[in-house]
Design a binder for this molecule. Structure first.
Ligand code: NIG
Ligand code: FE
Length: 418
């Protein structure tokens, strides 16, 4: 067996216990912690073995060509997975921050043509090349915080051509970067100004023209179900049409009001329902029964100064919970999943082990990558982050400090700090 890479003498290795499905309930905190560990990676960039270094090294013969990385004084965790971002956009909205801090609401700003619609204007004016380089830069910042897989949504185009332009950028990123990318079509992000008086016309355009046309460009379809965006009936129509075309589905659910989004996501078999600040217990239980993952976005609640989603309650109810940055210019200009894990622990009632699972294995399952990444397990892609810390607990203890020292993607070192 050809061992290409050995990560040796790792002070602490922490990984979700991977049983081939998302972890929920009491199992959400199932992590394996190994001290003085080693990880072996083969020529295909897959994990061959891991465990106590003395045991692992006994089982394999290394060759002079095996590359060795020292894990001395370091913690190894699986690469972080960010399962909900709106990464392709142009322009920022820092002036809205001041308006919101003075008391104006997010939805009021949107209804006045600001919010998502102002980013749509900037994004439509941008070239494909421009959008690509902006998104590429954002991905590389995320990498420096340890994020090795990212879901990217369209949704700042809102016309056939402009949504296609954004999805082409997403696909180009997917082909060119080493991070794993999941692709989501979110044409139903807002009703564009041209359809302000005819939202049904936009929903019809989306169903009749966009969905069939983007089949090769996206894996998932998502809808922003909310007062000021799309109503329950429109959302259901869009998601059913998506399912019949073979897309997988997700939903922005119950972010600002209880819109029964969690119930709808569960009844249609969505892979995730995201946000859930105002989801009712009744709908959360339906999510548990359908295995729909709750993707929580702590930094969005923080940035909008909203009450955080109750992760503790969801885990206690048995809903598999993941967390994501929601990176976007309006409600969460955050890059760091590590900081988000801290928010989840300090503001949402999660325990550190649960937050790690939420940002790795469960996050990977929320975007269809659970069998490939999200844990340090034999056969999985060697996406591994080394932290400058003797325990993963320092992710929470040293909140806000970037502990990432090395990022390995598919067995290759792609980022190293100083
Ligand atoms: O997830 N809620 C809808 N979409 C984003 C916000 C996008 C924006 O404001 O530009 C979110 O919060
Ligand atoms: Fe979002």
């Amino acid at each position: 067996m050809d061992i290409k890479l050995l990560i040796d003498e790792i002070e602490e290795l922490v990984t979700p216990v991977d049983n081939g499905s998302p972890l929920s309930g009491k199992e959400q905190s199932n992590v394996e912690i190994i001290h003085n560990a080693a990880i072996l990676v083969n020529g295909e960039g897959k994990i061959v073995d891991y465990g106590k270094r003395d045991d692992v090294l006994k089982r394999y013969t290394l060759t002079p060509s095996t590359y060795v990385i020292s894990g001395k004084g370091k913690t190894a965790i699986p690469g972080l997975v960010d399962p909900h971002t709106h990464l392709v956009y142009k322009g920022c909205r820092h002036w809205e921050l001041e308006r919101r801090l003075s008391g104006e609401s997010y939805i009021d700003i949107l209804k006045k043509g600001g919010g998502i619609l102002s980013t749509v204007k900037n994004t439509r004016e941008a070239t494909e090349e421009d959008l690509y380089s902006l998104a590429l830069k954002r991905l590389s910042i995320m990498l420096s915080y340890g994020t090795t897989s990212v879901e990217i949504k369209s949704g700042y185009g809102l016309s056939v051509d402009e949504e296609e332009k954004i999805l082409r950028v997403v696909n180009k990123l997917r082909n060119n970067v080493k991070q794993k990318i999941a692709r989501t079509f979110l044409g139903a992000h807002a009703v564009p100004v041209e359809f302000r008086d005819n939202p049904e016309g936009y929903v019809n355009l989306l169903i009749e023209k966009m969905l069939p046309r983007f089949k090769e460009l996206a894996d998932y379809v998502d809808v922003f179900l909310e007062d000021g965006a799309f109503n329950y009936e429109q959302t259901e129509r869009i998601l059913r049409a998506s399912l019949s075309l073979g897309y997988r589905i997700k939903l922005h659910a119950d972010e600002i009001t209880d819109s029964k989004g969690a119930c709808l996501a569960a009844s249609l078999g969505a892979e995730s329902a995201d946000h859930l600040l105002y989801a009712s217990d009744e709908c959360l239980l339906k999510m548990r029964d359908s295995g729909t993952i709750g993707v929580l976005l702590p930094s969005t609640a923080y940035f909008l100064r909203k009450p955080f989603a109750d992760a503790r309650k969801m885990i206690n109810l048995g809903v598999p919970v993941a967390i994501a940055t929601d990176h976007n210019p309006g409600t969460s200009p955050l890059y760091s999943q590590a900081l988000n894990m801290s928010f989840a622990v300090f503001f949402m009632g999660m325990m550190p082990a649960e937050a790690l699972v939420a940002a790795t294995l469960n996050a990977a399952y929320a975007i269809g990558l659970g069998k490939e990444v999200g844990s340090i397990s034999k056969g999985k892609r060697a996406d591994i982050v080394l932290l400058d810390a003797h325990s993963y607990m320092h992710l929470f203890y040293e909140t806000g400090h970037n502990l990432v020292s090395t990022v390995i993607l598919g067995g290759e070192v792609v980022y190293k700090r100083n």
